[in-house]
Design a protein around this ligand. Sequence first.
Ligand SMILES: NC(=O)c1ccc[n+]([C@@H]2O[C@H](COP(=O)([O-])OP(=O)(O)OC[C@H]3O[C@@H](n4cnc5c(N)ncnc54)[C@H](OP(=O)(O)O)[C@@H]3O)[C@@H](O)[C@H]2O)c1
Length: 262
Amino acid sequence: MSYDKAIGRTANRLLSGKTAIVTGASSGIGRATALTLAQAGAAVVIHARRQDRLDKLASEIADQGGKALAVGGDASLPTDIDLLLNRSLAWKEGGGKYDIVVVNAGRGLVGGILSSDESRWQEVYQLNVLGAAHLLRQAGQYMVQRKSGDLVVIGSVAGRNISPFSGFYGSSKFAIAAIAEGFRREVCSHGVRVSVVMPGIVLSEFQNVAGYNEENFGKGIAPFGKLLEPQSIADGISWLLTLPPHVNVNEIMIRPTGQNYP
Ligand SMILES: NC(=O)c1ccc[n+]([C@@H]2O[C@H](COP(=O)([O-])OP(=O)(O)OC[C@H]3O[C@@H](n4cnc5c(N)ncnc54)[C@H](OP(=O)(O)O)[C@@H]3O)[C@@H](O)[C@H]2O)c1
């Protein structure tokens, strides 16, 4: 490890030669993860709907001496996911392959079954479960053929401990965590690692998109103290990706120290 002036932090280059796809990279955890993996030497393919944000991030990574390809698209649509994977394989600077996929794009939804907006239910499952599962399946098939690869799925502590304040959203994260573990059992004998990273409360655009405000969220979490930054999750992801290939951290929960619930 050495201090890197361009990025203003200590960096290792343990992911040199790897190509990583990160979905939901225009904001929050995905953005921090793309930057962190690039700083560790990976070429990164960044995906989200907001192309302007991706282009800016790609320039930032290039300014730091890294390699990035920005691919705009909707992670809830199988056709857009297939396009992302094809564009990644066609990217010469990425070596025409990918080694890591961080399945991160997702959205929250405030409320329980009675109190959440039912008109959003389909969108939540289409993105958090079906889109994520399609990406796992397509990338997993490729990795099984190559006999190596890393699939990192972003779950949630609300996908392990259900909360009445985010019951429907939490159920989508229970579903994708179950899908990921089932998938791990299908692919692990082929040298493919699957990890589920379950964050606690991370300050990002997530709260706004989900519909949280001071009344339904801020007051309840005030006793938790300092909340996580996206970087805390990115560091966890980077750590598990740099372990030796025979070591697979299957799941990891990262909460703010003061978060006692869920
Ligand atoms: N923040 C938390 O407290 C927390 C806790 C536990 C788990 N998580 C999980 O962590 C992941 C990242 O969340 P975050 O906190 O970083 O939230 P965020 O800041 O809102 O970022 C969400 C990312 O997903 C992308 N996205 C959303 N819908 C998409 C779609 N249909 N197609 C493609 N990309 C889409 C967004 O980009 P565009 O809008 O540009 O498409 C954005 O880049 C999510 O899976 C979330 O459920 C978050």
